[in-house]
Design a binder for this molecule. Structure first.
Ligand SMILES: Cc1cc2nc3c(=O)[nH]c(=O)nc-3n(C[C@H](O)[C@H](O)[C@H](O)COP(=O)(O)OP(=O)(O)OC[C@H]3O[C@@H](n4cnc5c(N)ncnc54)[C@H](O)[C@@H]3O)c2cc1C
Length: 388
């Protein structure tokens, strides 16, 4: 086993978008860090899953100088159209009404990773380096990893866990509030007859919410949620039958659906750390919280984890990195935003998703009300654009 030279470096486990945003901010401030990433470089560049970015996340990426490279691959959301199956209630949120260039942006996961990767000095990231176990005490944290078939470890004043929630051996048992929604999400890309005009569609159906996000010149990214049995059945259909069912569930707003790419699914789980203050270790991004994709909040909350931690590192002397005092301030700074994201998401899921008799009238009333209450719409836009 080899010990790394710089024991002052922050070690980030996971070179996903959240870990990389933290790492890039550290690089730009000249602060010492290392990233351990299990995949080889470029392995994710073709990952077509859509990330929904808020206006606030765009500003973060702009300040890091990454947006400029990403911009040609980004699709703007200028309008969000919210509707419900089986009711006339609907509302439209429009960027122009709020003096915003866009309400959000859609970019593929692979394009995001590639843009971030290309901004790094090569020796800061160890690719194909899998963290295998972590340990920590009051002095230091240690992470064991495996690279090219060899075992090694780092000691660090601050170990940042950004591995997307896959789980690591010996991870201290942090308290976590968890709720399985009992639903899965099916994600894919679809092409339809009409062009998208930069409109994102959110549709609440009795079986679960679905969304079409404009992605590219002609395509939409689809997120279709529902009970696992429904999603499993939708996954098993041939393309033509799937597209016909999608048309049935979505209505005729974008015309017929013409083609669908590979369909994937994942379970929807709400999870949040109730304690994120273990000495010399902090958990960020999807490792720290996951939420229902209906409001497009999860990834944006993760990015704000990274930028808040960066701010905390830059104002703390290096001897204090990973100290209980520093981590407590970080945890306090994040608690409100994370809780807000989860509550907002839960609010949307439960308000518009309830299939009890009589409630659908209320939902429809709620959407109609949004259309005539400027302050409620302003709140919705501000929550989606900035998370506050
Ligand atoms: C199938 C799927 C579809 C999704 N679709 C959408 C969507 O449509 N819209 C949306 O907004 N969000 C979507 N999400 C959620 C979105 O992907 C996450 O919000 C976002 O990726 C979180 O970023 P992260 O950096 O925290 O974690 P991740 O993106 O998961 O990155 C974690 C990184 O850590 C690495 N890693 C893991 N274990 C180790 C280890 N032991 N050692 C070293 N490295 C390790 C992984 O290789 C990975 O690169 C989807 C998620 C999934 C799983």
């Amino acid at each position: 086993m080899a010990i790394v030279e710089n024991k002052q470096a922050v070690v980030i486990v996971g070179g996903g978008p959240v870990g990389l945003v933290l790492a890039l901010s550290m690089q730009q401030q000249g602060l010492p860090f290392k990233v351990l990433e299990a995949h080889k470089q470029g392995a994710n560049y073709q990952d077509k899953r859509a990330l929904a970015l808020s206006y606030g996340s765009k500003m973060i990426l702009e300040s890091l100088g990454v947006w400029q490279q990403l911009a040609p691959q980004v699709t703007m959301i200028k309008t969000i159209h919210v509707s419900q199956r089986g009711s006339l209630g609907r509302t439209k949120l429009q960027a122009a009404e709020y003096d915003l260039p866009a309400l959000g942006y859609v970019v593929s996961y692979g394009a995001m990773i590639q843009a971030l990767d290309s901004a790094f000095d090569a020796d800061h990231i160890l690719y194909e380096a899998s963290a295998t176990a972590i340990y920590q005490d009051n002095q230091v944290a240690r992470v064991d990893y495996c690279i090219a078939g060899k075992d090694a470890f780092f000691e660090t004043p601050l170990l940042v866990i950004a591995e997307g929630g896959r789980g690591l051996n010996n991870m201290p048992s942090l308290k976590r509030d968890m709720k399985a929604y009992g639903h899965d999400a099916l994600v894919s890309k679809v092409r339809c007859e009409a062009s998208h005009h930069h409109i994102a569609y959110e549709r609440f159906t009795p079986s679960g919410p679905m969304a079409l996000l404009p992605n590219g010149e002609h395509d939409f990214s689809l997120v279709w949620t529902g009970e696992k049995a429904l999603i499993d059945r939708l996954l098993s259909l041939d393309d033509a039958t799937f597209l016909a069912e999608l048309h049935g569930a979505f209505g005729n707003r974008v015309g017929r659906f013409l083609s669908v790419q590979k369909r994937l699914s994942f379970p929807l789980i709400k999870s949040q750390l109730s304690d994120n203050t273990t000495p010399h270790m902090v958990v960020i991004g999807n490792s720290a919280q996951t939420m229902h994709p209906v409001a497009g909040q999860g990834f944006n909350v993760g990015l704000r984890d990274a930028t808040t931690l960066m701010r905390q590192l830059s104002v703390s002397p290096q001897v204090d990195w990973g100290s209980p005092a520093m981590l407590e301030i970080y945890a306090k700074m994040r608690a409100r935003d994370t809780k807000g994201g989860l509550l907002f998401t839960d609010f949307l899921v439960s308000t518009f998703n309830n299939d009890l008799i009589g409630i659908s009238g209320l939902r429809s009333f709620g959407l109609g009300l949004l259309d005539v209450l400027p302050s409620a719409k302003q709140w919705l836009v501000s929550k989606m654009s900035y998370g506050k």
